[in-house]
Design a binder for this molecule. Structure first.
Ligand code: MN
Ligand code: MN
Length: 298
């Protein structure tokens, strides 16, 4: 069997420690800007890089929100907060998330997501059907009186590729995919209240971006726009980034960046929110598939 590189295990260990740090810090009153910056700076201190900007999702915000430059948001009381962390070492990625809930109902949602994840991991082995994992996650969550989000899924992870190939559903599906030995997957149940839609939609906002190389990308751009685009390509390659990471170039570059996004030169990930506005909890581990089980990396 192909050797699993140490970098993958090390990325997992860093991610696991950060999850504990996030669980401690993501409390009512905390600045989400400081939280994200703290998590990302610990990643760098560990000779690793963020695989994506630290996501902080409050209540109905399920995914793809990272604090923006100048973001003054503090975690409100009675909230459900998700902190989603990606650690990359030499292209090997660990992806994990934690929920902090400040209400009994939110805490029950968090526990439902954690139990669903734990139960799903017990099914992991070479050849396991992803549809069995999806229906198990859904039934555990339903049994606890909650609902899963059907259009957010776990995913296979390969080198330098956070979303590679196979998805891992959070509901019953007809997906005939199977897990494969030696491959790495993130499993991530998302849970909301029974009155929720069980579905996320795009909000009008985007806070996470990605450079996608393509022919003639620089055509028609001005000199300063081309240099910003090249800086982004060199610095972040094809990994998602935050505009907070552009602040070192000076605030005036943010406007230029916005223009590149508007003109379709940069890919923007829309913030994803529960369609009915209900709070969302999440649990996530990255696992390595073995012949007879899973090795949890995070
Ligand atoms: Mn994640
Ligand atoms: Mn993930």
């Amino acid at each position: 069997m192909e050797q699993v590189p140490d970098a993958l295990f090390e990325a997992g260990r860093v991610a696991r420690r950060l999850k504990e740090e996030a669980y401690r810090l993501a409390r009512p009153g905390a600045s989400i800007y400081e939280l994200a910056e703290r998590i990302e700076s610990i990643i760098l201190d560990n000779h690793a890089r963020p695989a994506f900007p630290c996501n902080v999702g409050i209540n109905q915000v399920a995914a793809h929100y990272t604090p923006t430059p100048g973001d003054v948001t503090r975690i409100p009381p009675k909230s459900v907060v998700k902190v989603d962390i990606g650690v990359e070492i030499n292209g090997f990625i660990a992806d994990t998330a934690v929920t902090v809930a400040d209400t009994p109902e939110g805490e029950a949602m968090r526990l439902a997501a954690e139990e669903a994840l734990k139960t799903a991991i017990k099914l992991v082995r070479d050849g396991a059907r992803v549809s069995d994992i999806g229906s198990t996650i859904q039934s555990v969550v339903n049994r606890r009186g909650f609902k899963t989000i059907r259009n957010l899924t776990g995913h296979e992870i390969s080198r330098y590729n956070l979303h590679a190939g196979q998805s891992i559903p959070n509901v019953q599906t007809t997906d005939s995919g199977r897990l494969r030995k030696g491959h790495t997957y993130a499993i991530e149940p998302f849970v909301t209240l029974p009155e929720g839609a069980g579905e996320v939609v795009e909000s009008g906002e985007a806070t996470i971006f990605r450079f996608e190389p393509r022919p003639r990308l620089e055509k028609g751009l001005k000199g300063d726009e081309v240099s910003l685009l090249r800086y982004i390509a060199d610095e972040f390659r094809s990994l998602p980034y935050s505009t907070r990471w552009l602040l070192r170039l000076g605030r005036e570059k943010l406007e230029l960046h916005e223009k590149l996004v508007r003109n379709g030169r940069i890919h923007a990930y829309p913030v994803l929110v529960e369609r009915h506005g209900t709070p969302v909890a999440q649990a996530e581990h990255t696992v390595l598939v073995k012949e007879d089980g899973a090795e949890v990396l995070t």
